[in-house]
Design a protein. Structure first.
Ligand SMILES: Nc1ncnc2c1ncn2[C@@H]1O[C@H](COP(=O)(O)OP(=O)(O)OP(=O)(O)O)[C@@H](O)[C@H]1O
Ligand SMILES: [Mg+2]
Length: 388
């Protein structure tokens, strides 16, 4: 009897100890869950967990921003299916599984809208108490902006180098061209004064001198453009209305437009569009892009040629869109058009300097130029510059 009650007391003691332990584990579990929830809800990174087959079982709120997909569209899908190239991502996961250790890799994912998102991915193998692998946890930090910036810097460096070389060549050519121009002027005077020349010879000589003058002018034009491109002159900033500069551009190109049927449509934001920037450089950009549109419409020989200018103010930026309905630019050439000397125009008509100069200027003003173009539909250049 006595031994029974002592056993009972012992059992009660054990039970209360176990209950206490359980409560403390519950509290611990609650804290851990709260901690995890806090991370999954608030981290900016994409954090996911998959089962052993790579099927997503957990996905952080930040992931919705990084990939664009809401939670319910990701759960149950293979994480590999979100990679731009699953064949590249799968071996990374396999390495993580094989080594059991953490693996860090840069992976390109496909955003819901189709664009590419670059992430720095840390993968860890998830194991159970028996040490068996039950899944994978990944923390993916969006590095798209950093990557783009790096690419831009490389491109800018390359462009600066080409610019320096081109400027050197331009400088060297400038002097002989000036001498040729002067000599041609001198020959012209000699021919004019020469007596006893037969009329045919005189005509031929005059034609030749005219050609020399025209070609030297062309050379000077190119060398000046190149020198302008390479010169690192700081922009002179003043306060002005972008709409006025656009009107000046159209006015300046009046003579180019006169012999065409091209219609210029203005779709301007209400009121003046004030910015603190360099109006002279901006006008150079508008003239280049406008001239390209006029040429493209001319090549197409379209009757219904149209150039539309739209302006917008967006937060601390001003956007100017110059759109034409000419033949468009094939996708494979769309990055090339910003390269120095890339032109599809016949010799004498294009030097391939217009757009690289434009991009250089706009970037110097703290903005950027992008384009949208569809073959047989048209091309739109978007110029974005900061208000100040
Ligand atoms: N609006 C447009 N529509 C179709 N193609 C275009 C348009 N704008 C530019 N391009 C293409 O981009 C190329 C490069 O343009 P860019 O202004 O740099 O040089 P370019 O016009 O050929 O010569 P430059 O401007 O030096 O006289 C053009 O030759 C043309 O093929
Ligand atoms: Mg051009």
């Amino acid at each position: 009897m006595e031994s029974n009650s002592s056993q009972l007391a012992e059992l009660e003691g054990k039970l209360s100890k176990v209950t206490l332990e359980l409560t403390s584990h519950k509290i611990e579990l609650h804290k851990t869950r709260g901690y995890l929830q806090c991370i999954l809800q608030n981290a900016r990174d994409l954090i996911f967990a998959t089962d052993a087959e790579g099927v997503v079982i957990s996905y952080s709120k930040g992931g919705e921003k990084v990939l664009g997909y809401p939670l319910e569209e990701v759960l149950g899908r293979s994480i590999g299916s979100f990679a731009r190239d699953p064949d590249v991502f799968s071996p990374v996961i396999a390495t993580c599984h094989k080594d059991g250790s953490s693996v860090v890799h840069d992976v390109a994912f496909r955003h819901m809208e189709g664009k590419t998102v670059y992430c720095n991915v840390s993968l860890m193998s998830l194991t159970n108490r028996e040490g068996q692998r039950v899944g994978t946890v990944g923390i993916c930090q969006d590095i798209t902006r950093r990557k783009k910036l790096q690419e831009d810097l490389i491109q800018l460096d390359r462009l600066a180098e080409i610019g320096r070389i081109a400027a050197g060549v331009a400088h060297e050519i400038n002097n002989p061209v000036a001498v040729i121009k002067e000599a041609a002027g001198w020959v012209k005077e000699v021919v004019a004064d020469a007596e006893g020349l037969n009329p045919d010879d005189r005509k031929e000589l005059e034609e030749s001198i005219k050609k020399i003058s025209a070609q030297t002018r062309r050379c000077r034009n190119i060398t000046h453009k190149l020198l302008g491109f390479a010169r690192e002159s700081a922009p002179t900033k003043t306060e002005f209305d972008v709409h006025e500069v656009l009107e000046d551009t159209i006015d300046f190109l009046k003579s180019e437009l006169k012999y065409t049927t091209i219609k210029v449509a203005r779709n301007f934001a209400k009121g003046p569009l004030s910015v603190n920037s360099d109006s002279r450089l901006l006008e150079q950009v508008f003239v280049n892009i406008f001239t390209n549109a006029i040429h493209a419409l001319g090549e197409k020989g379209a009757e219904n040629g149209r150039i539309e200018i739209q302006t917008h103010k967006r937060n601390s930026d001003v956007e100017i869109k110059i759109e034409d309905n000419a033949g468009g630019i094939p996708e494979k050439d769309q990055e090339k058009i910003f390269e120095l000397f890339y032109t599809t125009k016949p010799p004498g008509k294009g030097t391939g300097l217009g757009l690289p100069i434009c991009r250089n200027i706009v970037r110097n003003l703290g903005g950027d130029i992008t384009l949208e173009s569809t073959v047989d539909v048209g091309t739109a250049f978007n110029i974005r510059i900061p208000v100040s």
